[in-house]
Design a protein around this ligand. Structure first.
Ligand code: ADE
Length: 225
């Protein structure tokens, strides 16, 4: 999979994909991430990419032309399955959306700033709009990093143990069960007996029960599995 990210702050995206699981995904050529500076595509002086709003009002708007030119230039090299705009008024990201997107080949992510992008970009280029939650970030970069991480780890072959994504929280709309590792007892705090019993069927049943309980307690809003 290839993910291109269009931003005025490429520096913000230098770190997140260079460690751990996403680093391995890139090393195995399962994931390519390309970050592009939007200012490189502007026809205006001094790298201008934003302007005041028509109709007045506080806050700058990202101009249509630099973004249109950038997207069209990238489209000459890559055929995108989706062009995604990260915005607080988009559909709220969840595991199901991450699963869907992890099956695509090429994604372009557009990061907004200030008051957002000129609406004509959304009408004519964007195929999907995604929010990472009901709060406002100062730009779309961290949201693009979250989305890339959520998708990247689901690409087949990225996780070492292929089943481990299947037991994550939110797969099947259930939260993950509690987990324990050595020692079996610490300060008198014991690991549940069943996990030491060696019977995989019993352990699976217990984990499922715990998942259901946790989901009912913490996330009653999730549709029942
Ligand atoms: N840009 C600013 N806030 C955002 C959010 N919550 N989700 C996605 N993009 C954003």
């Amino acid at each position: 999979m290839r993910i291109d990210i269009l931003t005025v702050l490429p520096e913000l995206l230098e770190g997140p994909f260079s460690h751990s699981i996403l680093k391995r995904a890139r090393e195995r050529n399962l994931l390519e991430v390309h970050v592009h500076q939007l200012r490189a595509y502007t026809p205006y002086k001094h790298g201008q990419v934003d302007d005041t709003q028509f109709g007045g009002g506080a806050g700058m708007v990202m101009m249509v032309e630099p973004i249109a030119l950038a997207i069209e230039s990238l489209q000459q090299q890559v055929s995108y399955d989706e062009i995604i705009y990260l915005t607080p008024d988009g559909e709220r990201l969840n595991q199901q959306i991450a699963n869907q997107l992890s099956l695509k080949n090429n994604l372009l992510l557009l990061c907004g700033h200030y008051k957002g992008v000129d609406e004509r970009i959304r009408q004519h280029f964007i195929t999907r709009e995604i929010s990472i939650g009901d709060y406002v970030l100062s730009g779309g970069e961290l949201a693009a990093a979250v989305l890339t991480d959520a998708i990247g780890r689901l690409i087949p072959g990225v996780l070492n143990n292929e089943t481990s994504a299947l037991t994550d929280s939110f797969q099947d709309n259930l939260l993950a069960p509690p987990v324990y590792t050595r020692p079996a007892e610490y300060r008198g705090w014991k690991v549940p007996e069943v996990l030491l019993c060696g019977d995989p069927k019993k352990i699976d049943e217990w984990r499922h029960e715990q998942s259901v309980l946790r989901t009912q307690e913490r996330r009653p809003d999730l549709p029942e599995a």
